[in-house]
Design a protein around this ligand. Structure first.
Ligand code: GCW
Length: 719
């Protein structure tokens, strides 16, 4: 103590020591921040958790629920909760029909809860006023426990709780793009959290916190390694490492999946072919599946990227995606495992519009997949852009369960440096209408299986998690993990509600803070769209790393790697013609949409240049020309970025200093980079169009060549 004091004393002369010095908020606790309550809030929570009544002989899962309540209540109330066997007034009762047979006599809608749902109800049991957290299973109980804690943290009236919550989607999954050397493809949050080298002997304590965070959202599956997979993941030492992770995640209801490399049997020198119709190949995968299940009895299955961006696959043997997926499905079926076969495919040998290729490849295969295969489709037809129309495969494969893949990491939206709340984007896609079975056939209904009555349903998100103290590389990026998990539970819920919940739990439940942070979140993605890719522009990021603007890039080997392929800007106009006169990608949508999209006048302006190539003087709804509108949007994006910075700076007095400063620093960068995007794109489009700046707008300060000269050989996140 004295020594510490001696070291610190001189420091206090030069550094303004904050009262919370040494205990400052660093973001590690995510939204599970159980900070001390005071006043009425403390009394309120204390009165509803006087004791915790829990099942006797709690399973590991129930123990996790009790431990979380212990952590939460100790944090909020300053004293550990009393564990009790007897129900008294003010008890928080955790029960399943197995642990408390009486539950079945209380008229509760237990049957509707299924295996993962839960019920929270303030009610009387045996004449005592209690809060019941009930579920049919221990995992439901754990989810219910987190829901109760969330209600406490967001200052809901715990005395009036009465809710039933059941996940609408079965597979709520994170896809880690983590490499075996601990780098992370498109990861901007440090190294992989999986310390592969030290596993299986050393299980980092972080794995438990990872599991807690996911369980608090209802995420129940994680594929651990990059879809650009390596053969080694299927060897005994790596299976053992994955098994060690699975052991930690299991009590939290999270199943482990692995991404596999199609050619592994050949590369491991065990076979000479990976042809899915060769019996030896099927037998190899069956044996491999047996080996994995011996180590991980509840193993989830395989995620597969095949014949995509140079990865091997069944096409190498003139077989279809269905042949490939089914061969793996047969190996996994005896164990109850699933194949998640990705539809992110486009080929260098195919000159068809890249936006059309997945649909062309997969639609003829509808009905040809085995029942334990899901086809995993990215939200849009290109690649995780700031804005894309929904992928035309949604709704178009009635006999095949489609799992939607979102990106949580922000490869194309400013990495972890820019604020962009993706909840807003997920919601936009999920509520989009496919019209496949008339109006109201939303993507959400495809995903939750209602539109076509699919037995399997799922939503996966490419994780933004790493070894960074904040987990996600920045404080605000945690909101994207949060919104993804909450929307996977209920794809029809509101992204704004989740923004509010997240803000209240992460920063402060003070309504002023909640509203201000929610405003920042809700404005952020649109700001990014405007300063990067307004009006339906897409994939004009710089090459390889995708950091910053690169609309001029035109010399890469494959046409669809070049931004010029996507914007098609010239003297006469700009945009990708995806109507009949162009690639006719619009024909991949339902007739109602095809009709609307065939005419620029009936195409939403946010997708204008995605579907149409138009002259620069095309008249927009605002009355401006297309060119003037584009400049206007870029300016609006920069103004919105500046506005985010200002809104955040006003919160300085009410946000803890370290997190405030860290976010503020990033917002300065975001504003600068928004300007850079605006200036570089305008300079470039001006150079090809020869147009003057619209009246009242500012010319970019540098020439297009000067922007072009910027290089970023060490930008993070490359695989
Ligand atoms: O978005 C692109 C990325 C690649 C990624 C690929 C995919 C894992 O640029 O890094 O590879 O998508 O989804 O397979």
């Amino acid at each position: 103590m004295t020594t510490i004091y001696k070291v610190l004393a001189p420091l206090s002369l030069v550094l303004p020591l904050h009262p919370a010095w040494g205990m400052e908020e660093d973001g590690y606790d995510l939204w599970l921040r159980y900070r001390a309550l005071g006043g009425a809030a403390k009394t309120h929570v204390a009165a509803r958790a006087k004791s915790i009544v829990h099942p006797a002989d709690p399973s590991l899962t129930t123990q996790a629920a009790i431990a979380e309540l212990h952590r939460g209540l100790t944090g909020m109330l300053g004293a550990s909760p009393k564990l009790a066997r007897k129900i008294d007034d003010g008890a928080l009762v955790l029960a399943t029909p197995a642990s408390m047979p009486k539950l079945k006599t209380l008229g509760l809608p237990l049957a509707s809860l299924g295996g993962e749902g839960y019920l929270l109800r303030a009610m009387k049991i045996d004449g005592k006023k209690v809060t019941l957290v009930a579920a049919n299973t221990d995992i439901g109980l754990l989810y219910g426990t987190y829901a109760w804690l969330r209600a406490a943290l967001t200052r809901r009236d715990l005395g009036k709780l009465d809710e039933v919550s059941v996940p609408k989607v079965q597979l709520r999954m994170l896809n880690h793009w983590d490499n075996l050397d601990r780098t992370v493809e498109r990861g901007y949050a440090g190294e992989s959290i999986w310390d592969w080298w030290a596993l299986p002997d050393v299980k980092d304590a972080r794995y438990v916190d990872y599991a807690r965070a996911n369980a608090s959202l209802g995420i129940n599956a994680a594929s651990l390694n990059n879809v650009n997979s390596k053969k080694e993941i299927l060897t005994a030492p790596w299976i053992a490492k994955a098994a060690a992770v699975a052991d930690v995640l299991r009590p939290y209801g999270i199943k482990v999946y692995l991404s596999v490399r199609w050619s592994a049997p050949v590369e491991l020198e065990e076979l000479q072919t990976a042809d899915p119709l060769d019996a030896k190949v099927g037998a190899w995968w069956k044996k491999k599946a047996d080996e994995i299940y011996a180590a991980i009895p509840d193993f989830g299955g395989f995620v597969v990227k095949a014949n995509s961006e140079g990865q091997p696959g069944p096409h190498d043997y003139q077989r279809t995606h269905a042949d490939g997926a089914n061969m793996l499905a047969e190996a996994l079926a005896p164990h109850g495992g699933l194949v998640l076969w990705r539809a992110f495919v486009y080929s260098q040998h195919n000159t068809e519009d890249r936006a059309k290729q997945a649909y062309s490849d997969f639609i003829p295969l509808d009905g040809k997949f085995l029942p334990n295969v899901l086809v995993q489709v990215k939200n849009g037809p290109i690649d995780f852009q700031p804005r894309e129309p929904f992928h035309p495969m949604f709704g178009a494969m009635p006999k095949t369960p489609l799992l939607i893949e979102f990106q949580i990491t922000k490869e194309y939206l400013g990495f972890a440096t820019h604020i962009a709340y993706l909840g807003d984007m997920y919601e936009e896609v999920l509520e989009a209408d496919t019209y496949r079975k008339g109006p109201g056939s939303t993507v959400a209904k495809v995903i939750d299986g209602r539109l076509h009555g699919n037995a399997l349903t799922g939503m996966s998100g490419v994780a933004n998690i790493g070894s960074s103290r904040t987990w996600s590389g920045s404080h605000f990026d945690q909101a994207n993990w949060y919104a993804f998990g909450r929307l996977a539970w209920d794809p029809e819920a509101s992204a704004k509600d989740f923004a509010k919940e997240w803000a209240a739990q992460t920063f402060s439940s003070d309504p002023k803070v909640v509203n201000a942070v929610t405003d920042i979140l809700m404005r952020s993605r649109e700001a990014v769209v405007d300063y990067m890719t307004p009006l339906g522009l897409h994939h004009i990021m710089d090459t390889g790393h995708h950091h910053g603007p690169g609309p001029w890039v035109s010399t890469l080997k494959r046409p669809e790697w070049n931004p010029t392929y996507y914007h098609q800007a010239g003297r006469d106009g700009i945009g990708f013609d995806r109507t009949k006169t162009g690639s006719n990608a619009i024909a991949q949508y339902a007739p109602e949409l095809e009709r609307a999209l065939s005419d620029p006048r009936t195409t939403p302006e946010k997708f204008l240049l995605w579907f149409h190539r138009l002259p620069w003087d095309y008249k927009m709804r605002s009355g401006r020309t297309l060119w003037a509108e584009m400049v206007h949007r870029y300016d609006a994006g920069v103004a919105a970025a500046a506005d985010l910075r200002k809104r955040w700076s006003r919160l300085k007095p009410v946000i803890d200093p370290r997190r405030h400063e860290e976010v503020a620093a990033l917002l300065v960068v975001q504003e600068q980079e928004a300007k850079w995007w605006r200036d570089a794109c305008i300079a470039y489009f001006q150079s090809v169009s020869g147009l003057k700046m619209p009246a009242g707008t500012k010319a970019p300060p540098l020439s297009v060549d000067e922007y072009r000269k910027k290089h970023f050989p060490y930008a993070p996140g490359r695989g």
